[in-house]
Design a protein around this ligand. Structure first.
Ligand code: IVH
Length: 682
């Protein structure tokens, strides 16, 4: 195809696909089949591959993601992103209206909207094109998440019609519909990953992922509620929202103009009931003064506008039967009682369990097996039990007796003075506690062995290959290769397999080997000594310089260290008094784990002195962080964006093309992982 012809076809396809996207995701009235849509998309992809310079940044093909960001650029908001004052009762709504009437003598019209429970986003459109998407951040500046937002199909990349302003911003809320949320969590549970507590956290976590292709798979949606700009077509909020809808933006229909307090209250009451029918979460209603002139007259307080307020719904409650109680042992050994309930529908999801927290709560509520209990859902996955309907209680019911022994290992439970939780003291023999220690050891801020996740650690543990952290370094290829395990997700009976084939096995061993470069302070943190977090680990290692010195430290010499108190000192002493711990540390030392501060000034060399680096993309043999660490340890400076002052751009796979272009333009030397390693070793 000739270039001219290709250009025409690309434009044709893009505009058709934008339109179908709108029909499907905004209006929910698709005009063509999914198959036809995919065919058109494939055709466009092919043309773009053939003629890369004809690819527009807002092409419909950009919705599948692909660009990997290292960290989000900070962008200043054109208009600060404020929050709203909250109210919880009718009388507070009445107060709000009375306050307004005192300032404004004419009639005031209000717009009532839903308060979407998601993540605030500001979308900037220039000449009809989405150019920028920024999160709230601190209200003054936020993260530039444009690449991720482009994967949300209900957000138009190109507006329709012609009467939109040249430049304007529209704000709204990115959220995760219930269905996507449930599917996502089922997957996470089956892979032994922690599920998200609620759709809002899931949306927020998804929006902040660095790999936009992964974001595309999260199926986010976005509802818009606030237009801002210098030349908007109307002088009031409502009409501009309706206009925005005509430009192809997803402004939901659930908005109403109200004149009186009664109308507002009716809107609130209606949606308090009807919200259970929605396929996404709302946590209240927002009431706004419609006229811009009146808004201006009312102005702002330091944090929020005086012309708008939110009304928060009370958490929904239902009653159901308590069938039984089981006890969960956490990574720290804390034992949590969990109520098994007769399944009941609450806030759109089926509830089967509720947390009972600890023995005190059980006796305070005096819940008994067979009781009818009130359950409330407060934004978390696990709802809570509020009380018991004692009037209908079984005459012969008896108070619950808290378990005395660990349900995982049978050890007698203890309760420390002043604490409400029961603990299993068998730190070294209780499976969830052992796994917890291993997971902490490999975690990102500790040894950063990211080729081993929770599920994989679980599998190695179950196969008896690792019992403590030193065992990791004895693992051999043949022991790992071929292992597999079927996990049953507990939300649905779907099964998933974790298996170690050649690539996974090699990666695991490579990751373990690479962790030998992790610095001593992080090694100390990784051991998981009670009260020794990252900061304390740094302080202790700075002071004692080596594991040997720390192990032989006395209580007095420990509390002498600035900011180390008796609680930490005791915990450290206790830890090293334990024969097992000393043996593990000995083995780690022999295996080549760093057990001392490397250089008195903290630098390995001055090799990179005066040189500035940007590290971007994904690397074969190192994590991005370890490359950065190596730069710093050798006197170099890490910065996040390329500029004329940058000396080297260390580029990995999936580095954004923009970064490369910028480096080329500013004459920054682009080096590969291998070249960097040579520089480091040479
Ligand atoms: S208007 C100055 N409208 O709730 C007016 N906000 O607590 C700013 N929200 O920051 C916002 N639904 O993240 C507005 N229909 C709606 C909303 C809404 C949800 C969020 C938004 C806002 C927060 C305020």
């Amino acid at each position: 195809m000739k270039k001219e012809e290709a250009k025409k076809r690309i434009e044709e396809l893009s505009s058709e696909l934008h339109r179908h996207n709108y029909q499907y995701y905004v209006l929910s009235t698709p005009a063509i089949s999914d198959f036809e849509f995919d065919m058109k998309l494939k055709e466009l992809e092919k043309l773009e591959a053939e003629f890369p310079d004809l690819t527009y940044s807002n092409s419909p093909t950009k919705r599948v993601g692909g660009e990997v960001t290292k960290e989000f650029r900070q962008v200043k908001h054109t208009y600060p992103m404020l929050s709203l004052g909250n109210t919880y009762s009718e009388s507070e709504i009445v107060d709000f209206i009375t306050r307004i009437k005192k300032i404004i003598s004419e009639d005031v019209e209000y717009v009532c909207e839903l308060k979407y429970d998601g993540v605030a986003i500001g979308l900037k459109y220039e000449n009809g094109k989405l150019t920028n998407a920024v999160t709230r951040g601190d209200g003054v500046q936020g993260d530039d998440v444009t690449t991720n937002v482009k994967t949300i199909k209900s957000i138009p990349l190109q507006l329709q019609g012609e009467d939109y302003p040249n430049i304007f911003e529209i704000r709204g809320e990115v959220l995760m519909p219930h269905k996507s949320f449930e599917k996502l969590n089922q997957g996470r549970i089956s892979r032994n990953e922690t599920p998200f507590a609620n759709p809002r956290n899931a949306a927020s976590g998804s929006l902040k992922m660095l790999d936009s292709a992964a974001v595309a798979k999260r199926h986010l949606d976005c509802y818009l509620y606030f237009v801002l700009g210098e030349d908007l077509p109307f002088n009031n909020h409502y009409d501009n929202l309706v206009a925005a809808r005509k430009w192809g933006l997803k402004v939901p229909n659930y908005i109403a103009k109200c004149k009186t307090t009664d109308e507002i209250i009716d809107f609130i009451n209606y949606w308090d009931k009807a919200r259970s029918q929605l396929n996404f979460d709302i946590d209240g209603v927002v009431i706004k003064v419609n006229s811009y002139a009146q808004q201006q007259q009312l102005g702002f307080t330091a944090k929020s506008p005086r012309w708008a307020i939110s009304y928060k719904f009370k958490a929904e409650q239902v009653s159901t039967k308590l069938l039984s109680i089981h006890y969960q042992v956490g990574r720290t050994g804390a034992v949590t009682p969990v109520a098994n309930l007769k399944p009941v529908l609450l806030a759109g999801t089926m509830v089967k369990r509720a947390s009972l927290h600890n023995a005190d709560i059980i006796s305070k509520l005096d819940v008994r097996i067979g009781d009818t209990v009130f359950v409330e859902k407060g934004g978390e996955i696990i709802p809570k039990i509020l009380g018991v309907e004692t009037a209908v209680r079984d005459l012969f019911s008896i108070p619950v007796e808290f378990v005395r022994t660990c349900p995982e290992c049978g050890t007698q439970l203890i309760r420390r003075e002043g604490e409400s939780a029961h603990y299993c003291p068998n730190e070294e023999g209780c499976p969830p506690q052992i796994k917890g220690k291993l997971e902490h050891f490999i975690s990102r801020k500790a040894m950063n062995i990211d080729s081993l996740g929770e599920g994989k650690i679980g599998l190695l543990f179950d196969k008896n290959l690792i019992v403590n952290v030193a065992d990791l370094y004895d693992l051999k290829y043949d022991q790992i290769f071929g292992l597999e395990k079927i996990y049953a997700a507990d939300l649905e009976k779907k099964e998933r397999k974790v298996s170690f084939r050649e690539k996974a096995t090699k990666n695991i061993l490579k990751g373990i080997e690479a962790s030998k470069n992790v610095s001593f302070p992080r090694v100390l943190f990784a051991l998981g000594i009670r009260y020794v977090g990252e900061t304390v680990a740094k302080k202790l290692t700075e002071h004692f310089q080596s594991m040997d010195a720390l192990m032989s430290a006395t209580y007095e010499s420990l509390v002498d260290v600035h900011e180390i108190g008796d609680r930490i000192a005791e915990s450290v002493i206790n830890y090293f008094e334990n024969e097992n711990h000393r043996e593990i540390i000995n083995r780690l030392k022999q295996q080549g784990i760093k057990m001392e501060i490397e250089d008195v000034v903290g630098l390995k060399s001055q090799k990179f002195e005066g040189k500035t680096f940007v590290v971007s993309g994904v690397f074969q043999n190192f994590s991005r962080n370890s490359i950065k660490e190596a730069i710093a340890e050798n006197g170099g400076k890490n910065v996040s964006s390329v500029s004329g002052n940058t000396n080297f751009l260390v580029s990995g796979d999936k580095m954004g093309p923009a970064k490369r272009a910028k480096a080329e333009k500013s004459g920054v030397k682009i080096i590969t992982e291998e070249e960097f390693t040579e520089m480091l070793n040479g």
